[in-house]
Design a protein around this ligand. Structure first.
Ligand code: HEC
Length: 473
């Protein structure tokens, strides 16, 4: 999955509420109602053994379920998978694993992580028949993964200045952090990858980039790198991180530039598309660095990999921001009374022809489902994304497989359902309390949001043939 980048320069307070998941909680799904049917598929073998199942698991699960990755246990060998057979069955039948909330029958994206009906049916049948080993002598060797970044050697690496200690108190932590850098010169940036030091505990991360004008900032490396977001108002945190220019003004900011979630890959767009100018003196500002709960004391020191380019950004990426704190209001205003399930919409007319690169839907804990599409002045509705079973833990930025043309005058419409009843296992309150969107920059973890970001270029004829799938540009 390619990360969506944003070029829009917003005022500082507005950056507080980009695609940030400020929601907390661990979202235990194990108590979910069962009864989801296994897809019915013709032509499965009478007996399914590990020989049939292993290639599916190794291609779709092992990337995260191996040592040093985000998955809580390995899924590689027969014993690994057999030991977890029942939960594996449940996770794939519910389509909770691999994590890919978007409905692939509605719209398609680059780097999709989803099993097809046949793969799900095979795994279910294998488990139901007792997880047999079978003849595995013809299995290809277990895949190996390159050391370092899968995207090759970066041109520069920006490390967090210190390690962060994660206490073993089994709590979520939302941190605001900075990774200052000094490069040999101003240049152009093609792509950035965030690499967690501790993949088990770094749950997600969302960063903006700060660029200091020449001579505007001294002591960029001073002060602490980490501030607890739950105990500090964000603007105070930015001051504590020492982000201002020497004269107290705020530097230029490129919000929502780097996203991390397990399985999300950085965006490498065709040369000249997107990309950024990067000032030699700057910093990545992590508005949200979310550490999931840990039972034991541990630590993290993450880093950023940077790839430069000689090509200046020729087709700058722009952003439409719908909904909360954005360009179109939520209708009706986003107030979700306790004990209600309620639907909200937001829509925006596209003023000119655009080529969409990617989208990013965003809600918090009470989100239940999300639908977005574009209605052009004539012709068929353009499906954008459907998420039937919203999961606040897996908020991907989705990149289309090819640039998607949306004609001028189209109306982008978002329809979102929120569940503020007890039945929502992620409800932070029991009994439920009325939830609403934050109308100022300061947000609490239990506030709700409805946002939809659309990253686009100004349309050029032929764009719809340009692939955004990595390596096919
Ligand atoms: C993008 C990374 C990723 C991929 C791909 C992935 N997983 Fe996971 N998996 C995780 C993470 C992270 C967790 C920890 C729980 C969480 O945060 O939701 C997890 C948890 C699980 C669990 C434990 C769930 C529980 O509640 O006990 C199972 C079982 C599982 N995965 C199976 C699979 C299977 C089977 C596949 C492939 C079909 C797969 N996973 C693919 C990241 C991944």
């Amino acid at each position: 999955m390619r990360g969506v980048k944003r070029m829009l320069r917003l005022a500082w307070p507005a950056v507080l509420c980009g695609a940030i998941v400020s929601a907390c909680g661990t979202g235990d799904r194990s108590t979910a109602a069962d009864g989801v049917p296994v897809p019915v598929v013709a032509g499965l073998p009478d007996t399914v053994t590990f020989a049939e199942v292993a290639p599916i698991i190794r291609a779709n699960c092992m990337p995260c379920h191996r040592a040093g990755q985000a998955g809580p246990f390995p899924l590689i060998s027969y014993n690994d998978v057999r030991r977890k057979a029942k939960t594996v069955r449940k996770m794939v039948v519910h389509r909770w694993m691999p994590p890919w909330p978007a409905d692939t029958t509605y719209s398609r994206f680059a780097g999709e992580k989803a099993l097809n009906a046949r793969q799900i049916a095979l795994i279910a049948k294998w488990v139901d028949q007792g997880a047999l080993l079978g003849d595995t002598s013809h299995l290809p060797p277990v895949p190996t993964y390159p050391e370092g970044s899968p995207f090759g050697k970066p041109d520069a690496v920006v490390w967090m200045p210190d390690t962060f200690r994660i206490p073993g108190d089994n709590r979520d932590r939302f941190i605001i952090a900075k990774a200052p850098f000094e490069l040999p010169r101003d240049t152009f940036l093609r792509a950035v990858e965030f690499v967690p030091g501790n993949r088990r505990n770094v749950h997600h991360m969302n960063a903006a980039m700060i660029g200091y004008a020449q001579g505007a900032k001294h002591g960029n490396f001073l002060n602490t790198a980490y501030i607890d977001a739950d105990s500090t108002a964000s603007l105070n945190a930015y001051e504590a991180l020492h982000l201002q220019n020497d004269d107290g003004t705020w530097p230029a900011l490129t919000p929502n530039m780097v996203n991390y979630l397990p399985g999300l890959s950085p965006a490498f767009y065709p040369p000249g598309v997107g990309g950024y100018r990067i000032q030699r003196n700057g910093a990545f500002l992590m508005n949200t660095l979310h550490y999931g709960p840990s039972m034991k004391d541990t630590m993290d020191r993450s880093h950023f990999n940077l790839w430069f380019t000689a090509t200046p950004p020729q087709r700058p990426m722009r952003e439409l921001a719908l909904g909360t704190l954005g360009m179109s209001p939520v209708v009706p205003p986003l107030v979700i009374p306790a004990d209600s399930v309620k639907t909200f919409t937001t829509s925006l007319t596209v003023p000119k022809d655009i080529s969409v690169l990617g989208i990013n839907p965003h809600m918090h804990l009470l989100g239940k489902s999300f639908l977005a599409y574009a209605v052009p002045p004539k012709g068929d509705t353009i499906p954008l994304i459907r998420i039937k079973d919203w999961d606040f833990r897996w908020q991907y930025a989705y990149t289309f497989r090819r640039m998607l043309h949306i004609p001028a005058g189209s109306v982008i419409k978002v329809v979102a359902v929120f569940d503020n009843t007890k039945a929502n296992r992620n409800n932070p309150y029991d009994p439920p309390r009325t939830a609403r969107e934050p109308l100022t920059g300061h947000m609490r973890t239990t506030d709700e949001m409805l946002q939809f970001f659309v990253n686009y270029l100004d349309y050029r004829p032929g764009d719809e043939r340009i692939s955004l799938v990595l390596g096919k540009e």
